[in-house]
Design a protein. Structure first.
Length: 172
């Protein structure tokens, strides 16, 4: 019965936890900084993207032997945040990472949908649920990233060195 209740709670959190996404075209964020919990004293973080078909995943993390990842998956105008706790060895029941359940999420982004070459600017506050490996925590941060910028050198939204093709046609 306990398992069923936890499962139902997780399902309900996963479908409605980030309904507070506000679009502000004038967002002026100029750096990626994230504080994973109140004890995090260094907000500097690395930001990169993974592009697979129509899905863009923005990944924000810090270098170390263990830590957290903040992932923002974008598919058309659907934006889904996820938080992972990771380590360099298999300490989470045989896995090197676990996904933390999000209890509450508030975001302000500069657009509702993104493509390669767009700049994502935003602010977010996410609260997680406690589990056997992690106390509940609050993640606050800013994100600034040119989508595809870690793979290409951009000049006025066009790649200087690498051409980008979609369905056989030159796009950027």
């Amino acid at each position: 019965m306990k398992f069923l209740l936890r499962f139902l709670l997780c399902i309900s959190f996963s479908f409605g936890y980030c309904q507070a996404i506000v679009i502000n075209k004038n967002n002026k964020t100029v750096a990626t900084e994230v504080k994973f919990g109140s004890e995090d004293k260094n907000p500097k973080a690395d930001c990169r993207d993974i592009i697979k078909g129509d899905t863009i995943t923005i990944a924000v993390s810090k270098v170390g032997i263990e830590g957290y990842n903040f992932n923002l998956t974008i598919l058309n105008s659907k934006i889904v945040p996820k938080i992972y706790k990771w380590t360099d060895y298999d300490m989470f029941d045989g896995k090197s990472y676990i996904e933390l359940v999000i209890a509450n999420c508030k975001m302000e982004l500069n657009k509702a949908a993104y493509i390669v070459g767009d700049t994502i600017r935003g602010n977010f506050t996410i609260k997680t649920v406690a589990n056997k490996y992690q106390k509940k925590m609050t993640i606050k941060g800013d994100i600034f990233h040119i989508i595809g910028g870690n793979n290409f050198v951009w000049d006025r939204r066009k790649s200087k060195h690498n051409k980008v093709y979609k369905n056989g046609k030159f796009v950027y």
